[in-house]
Design a protein around this ligand. Structure first.
Ligand SMILES: NC(=O)c1ccc[n+]([C@@H]2O[C@H](COP(=O)([O-])OP(=O)(O)OC[C@H]3O[C@@H](n4cnc5c(N)ncnc54)[C@H](OP(=O)(O)O)[C@@H]3O)[C@@H](O)[C@H]2O)c1
Length: 246
């Protein structure tokens, strides 16, 4: 087995995942970069490959056994798996806003990604992460931790992810697996920020005393939590939000 550690970034072709991929490669990780859209994944992998070993993996999370197949392909390719960071999102459309303005029909998919997909991914990767002690991180939203107007649906779904991670962390620790929920709120430069529009971003920026984070500000904490320096830390819910919520 090669000494080089392997990180799977599920939803790695998105704004936050691609920033984590870049920094992980710079820190010597091999990166398995997953996304749904082949062209997007290929372009990203091509652009990052000068930094180290990075390969693309395509899977739609709604396909049957998507998590099992994805994990099997990654382990087949590299022979090991040391960390999984889940950044898959169906996007905020229809699940944020005052309750009468939300689109309840989109809530089922978001809830399924937040709880069902995260659970399936953790279960599929469990045996491989347990082999040498690995880390499982789910990206969540501050809406799952802090109450605010316009966040009922996203808050409910992300609270579900957090509940899963905290309980999972306690039992998985006996197999050497660490698990965390890494949260954020408004992220400068992300696709989600563009969808939210400049006025909402400006309002959020005024609330965040340290300034809103970019995806590059989130990646270092994710990688620290996957490192040997974090070997006694598990079950934590940490937010990189520039001081917007505390
Ligand atoms: N950006 C923010 O402002 C913000 C704020 C709070 C929390 N978060 C959380 O942080 C995480 C990452 O956010 P992000 O901004 O990086 O998201 P993003 O840019 O929208 O990326 C989402 C990722 O999920 C993938 N995906 C979506 N539907 C999929 C499906 N059916 N099957 C497989 N993959 C699918 C996308 O692939 P394709 O592009 O190919 O569809 C992409 O790789 C998410 O959990 C999000 O909720 C983000």
């Amino acid at each position: 087995m090669s000494d080089q550690k392997v990180l799977l970034l599920a939803g790695g072709s998105g704004s936050i995942g691609s920033a984590i991929a870049r920094q992980a490669l710079a820190h010597g990780w091999k990166v398995a970069l997953h996304g749904r859209t082949p062209e997007k994944v290929t372009a990203l992998v091509t652009g990052l490959s000068y930094l180290g070993t990075v390969d693309g993996f395509i899977a739609d999370v709604w396909e049957e056994e998507a998590a099992e197949s994805l994990i099997a392909e990654v382990v087949e390719q590299y022979g090991r798996l040391d960390a999984v960071i889940d950044c898959v999102s169906t996007g905020p459309l229809g699940i944020t806003g005052l309750l009468p303005e939300t689109a309840p029909e989109t809530f089922g998919d978001f809830l399924n990604v937040s709880v069902g997909w995260v659970e399936r991914l953790a279960l599929a990767s469990y045996g491989f992460l347990a082999t040498q002690g690995g880390t499982f991180i789910a990206l969540v939203s501050d809406a799952g931790i802090y109450a605010a107007a316009r966040q009922s649906l996203i808050g409910a779904a992300r609270a579900g992810t957090i509940g899963f991670i905290r309980n999972f962390a306690v039992e998985a620790a006996r197999d050497g697996i660490r698990a965390h929920a890494l949260s954020t709120s408004f992220v400068e430069g992300s696709d989600s920020a563009i969808r939210r529009g400049s006025e909402r971003m400006a309002r959020a920026a005024r609330k965040a005393g340290l300034g809103l984070p970019s995806a590059d500000d989130i990646a270092p904490l994710a990688l620290f939590l996957c490192s040997d320096g974090a070997s006694k830390i598990t079950g934590q819910v940490m937010s990189v939000n520039g001081g917007m919520n505390a």
